[in-house]
Write a protein of this length. Structure first.
Length: 182
């Protein structure tokens, strides 16, 4: 068994992800979510994955970085085609690399309102993980995440609107700030 090769996998899917940048209104945003030792606020998160391994510091810390790809709802057909291509490439990759440590999940289309992982790449030599995840939101917009995580994965609420999340401090993307009554 070998660690998941994130670099090789990302190079395989990059041509597909570049296609979505050509769609009008499509955007990419950096992801930066961090929680340090001692920080705890379970209500801030939609998903918490705790890795307790001999290679982890077991301090309940985590740093998640990556890219958030956004496709507006008017490109539904194109988004679904991109999803099918990503799924196909992921399936081909994991089948041609059975010695790498990964989880693969098949779904026919973008999951609705629930962020799902197509691939989770594991690195059993340390506490680093890779995620290719997708979701369709209430407004019909499509989201793809390529994430690199070290430590525990805590996905903050409103992640699709955030520029960063650091120990409870949210910095929103321009124009995505919550209304005063939220």
């Amino acid at each position: 068994m070998q660690p998941f090769d994130t670099v090789a996998f990302n190079s395989r899917i990059q041509p597909v992800l570049k296609q979505l940048k050509k769609l009008k209104g499509a955007k990419t945003y950096p992801v930066y979510w961090r929680h340090d030792e001692g920080f705890k606020n379970d209500d801030d998160f939609v998903r918490l994955i705790s890795f307790q391994s001999e290679n982890s510091d077991n301090k309940h810390t985590g740093l998640t970085t990556g890219i958030h790809y956004f496709i507006p709802s008017q490109h539904k057909d194109e988004a679904q085609a991109i999803y099918r291509q990503l799924d196909s490439l992921a399936y081909d990759y994991v089948n041609s690399h059975p010695n790498q440590f990964y989880s693969y999940n098949y779904t026919r289309r973008f999951p609705y309102l629930n962020l799902k992982d197509i691939v989770t790449g594991h690195n059993f030599k340390d506490d680093k993980e890779y995620y290719l995840s997708c979701m369709c939101d209430r407004d019909g917009n499509f989201h793809i995440l390529t994430l690199n995580n070290k430590g525990e994965l805590w996905i903050p609420r409103d992640w699709q609107k955030l520029k960063s999340y650091i120990n409870g401090k949210r910095i929103y993307l321009k124009g995505m700030e919550p209304k005063k009554d939220e």
